[in-house]
Design a protein around this ligand. Sequence first.
Ligand code: PHE
Length: 364
Amino acid sequence: MQHSLPEQDLDAVREILLASIAAADSAEALESLRIAELGKKGRLTQLMRSLGSMEPEARRSVGAALNAIKTDVAAAIEGRKTALMDAALDARLMDERLDVTLPVRPEPRGAIHPISQTIDEVIAIFGEMGFTVAEGPDIEDDWHNFTALNIPPEHPARQEMDTFYLPGEADRPRRVLRTHTSPVQIRTMLESPPPFRIIAPGRTYRCDSDATHSPMFHQVEGLVVDECTHMGHLKGCLIEFCRAYFRIDDLPVRFRPSYFPFTEPSAEVDIGCTRAGGDLRIGHGDDWLEILGSGMVHPRVLANCGIDPGRYQGFAFGMGLERIAMLKYGIADLRTFFESDLRWLRHYGFAALDVPSLVAGSTP
Ligand code: PHE
């Protein structure tokens, strides 16, 4: 029978164990140490077992000492484990450090399509003149696209517009892809009482395709109706627009008598240009370029919308957005707008909003 374990031996065991725990340099080494000492067949466990064969007095003192060692060893193992984990994390953080000063990897960048850019520019300019944006459907009925605009069924303008008709339906009015944005005038006037000051950019459709025509294209419509609106307002507003849009303060603008069924009188608007050497340049010159149609709203159109032409007058205008974009940005073929060619988009696209303004000095 074993009587006791000398106290010095227990102290030595404790010192050796704590030293080897402190020296363990990995989680794995620490774990094998724990098994070797505290595990089922571990050294301390064996020593605890041997207590059974001791004298009661010795058992009490050696037992207490062994328990204290066990507690210390377990705590030392936990402490060492945390220290090793912290060190591993520090090493990883050092290793994976981000260098925020490195240049970014190139990302493919999108661009704003010239038509979107042009719409934004037009909205910005008219927005400063107090216009709001109105919309209407691409699929219109015959009445909104033609009849209400004073284009009766047999009117030659219907042929000129190369209309796309939708298949007829027995008890429905004939539907068309709108040939211009002018039906938005009608919808606006039917929706609420005057006054109005709106522009309506949007898609329009005509059965036509060449370098300057596409079956789908864009127009912007304008409509102003009030009790004392007159031709002077039409002229001032459109001259201002042309100069702001083309960013030429003294751009010559000319109003040439014309004809539209829905305006009376009607005028086409030309801007000054030169065609010297085959190159088209907008600005002062000896030549003129037509850019939009306009006129005073025909009294019959007002009446068709329930507005008293004796009390209200107005003006309207419409222009092709591809056309003014081509002129401003030097794009030669209208069809390229809709070919989705990325090289074209990269070349003619816009990086960010860059819209002209009426306010002097605010244009970049
Ligand atoms: N709707 C006409 C067109 O498509 C343009 C226009 C609009 C003319 C408004 C006068 C007034 O050609």
